[in-house]
Design a protein around this ligand. Structure first.
Ligand SMILES: Nc1ncnc2c1ncn2[C@@H]1O[C@H](COP(=O)(O)OP(=O)(O)OP(=O)(O)O)[C@@H](O)[C@H]1O
Ligand SMILES: [Mg+2]
Length: 293
């Protein structure tokens, strides 16, 4: 069964004012349990608006959202439970952190779930360790931390609730490539460990190519595509036209294919690229040997 399903989901901001904005339009999605999904789209395409609906932070203007088959807004009392099931890490971690210490910030979610003090403590320490939040950081104010540290604390706070669905809005924004790979690696590890459903919003096709099994492409407030990563990369040139950069390796292979080389223009992993280049070299060598005979 789909863990998340939306039906004709639309959201309009500032309705009835001159600033009215249809931010998402007729979104019909079905996300299966255990999936690792990348959500991409140009700035303003509706990514943040869409995912804020999935844990009930925003209410649909029209349409429905089902979590584990249950209509999210059918019963207000259930909404609280759903917020524990679907954990969201905000695009701007500053909006998420507000306690006096890092420890208390990470503990906030599990405490609200009504867990025992002992269990809360266990969860806080586990989640902190997962994203390398050190013991030394625990007693600091979240506002003394660097951008990357804040983000890790915000992630730990959501991980500590062990949500069935984990959604992260641009978790790597503003980090250097090393920091980016580290966070993505940690999230990937968490997903493989827990077999939870994970959605990661990203601007970077390069990052998405590394972790996602499925990709949701938003374009101008609508779903352009939701499919296996492989299938989505078959539309690399269209995605590029939407203002998203495709991975460098894909660019090179699109160009090689254009130049007449027998390669797959939709290559998006270094591994697949390597295999094809090696094959080309082998074929060329074989040809030269033949020519020399
Ligand atoms: N609170 C709001 N009030 C009015 N309009 C909004 C609000 N939040 C977002 N919008 C508008 O809705 C559209 C979708 O915004 P959203 O933040 O969902 O896009 P996004 O894909 O997450 O963009 P980004 O990549 O920049 O984070 C944009 O045109 C944006 O300006
Ligand atoms: Mg956004």
């Amino acid at each position: 069964m789909a863990v998340i399903r939306t039906e004709h989901l639309s959201h309009v901001y500032s309705e009835g004012t001159p600033f009215v904005k249809m931010a998402i339009q007729d979104v019909n999605l079905s996300i299966e349990e255990g999936e690792m999904v990348g959500v991409i789209g140009h700035t303003g395409s509706g990514k943040s608006t869409l995912i804020q609906h999935l844990n009930g932070l925003l209410k649909p203007t029209s349409g429905k959202i089902y979590i584990d088959g249950e209509d999210m807004w059918a019963d207000k009392a259930k909404l609280r439970e759903i917020r524990f099931k679907v954990g969201l890490v905000f695009q701007y971690p500053e909006y998420q952190l507000f306690e006096e210490t890092v420890y208390r910030d990470i503990a906030f979610g599990p405490k609200n779930m009504g867990l025992s003090e002992e269990e809360v403590d266990k969860r806080v320490r586990q989640a902190a360790a997962f994203v390398n939040v050190t013991e030394e950081m625990m007693n600091k104010s979240p506002f003394e931390l660097s951008g990357g540290q804040k983000r890790r604390v915000a992630i730990a706070g959501v991980l500590a609730m062990n949500p069935k669905v984990l959604i992260l809005d641009e978790p790597t924004a503003g980090l250097d490539p090393k920091g980016r790979d580290r966070i993505l690696g940690q999230i990937q590890e968490y997903q493989q460990d827990q077999k939870n459903t994970v959605l990661i919003v990203s601007h970077s096709m390069e990052d998405v190519a590394k972790f996602a099994k499925k990709v949701l492409v938003m374009n101008q407030s609508k779903v352009f595509m939701y499919d296996d990563t492989e299938k989505v990369f078959e539309h690399a040139s269209e995605i590029e036209q939407m203002g998203l950069a495709v991975p460098q390796v894909t660019k090179i292979f699109m160009r090689l294919a254009d130049m007449g080389y027998p390669v797959d223009p939709h290559t998006y992993t270094i591994q697949a690229a390597k295999q094809q280049v090696l094959r080309l070299f082998e074929e060329q060598e074989a040809k030269q040997k033949k020519g020399g005979m």
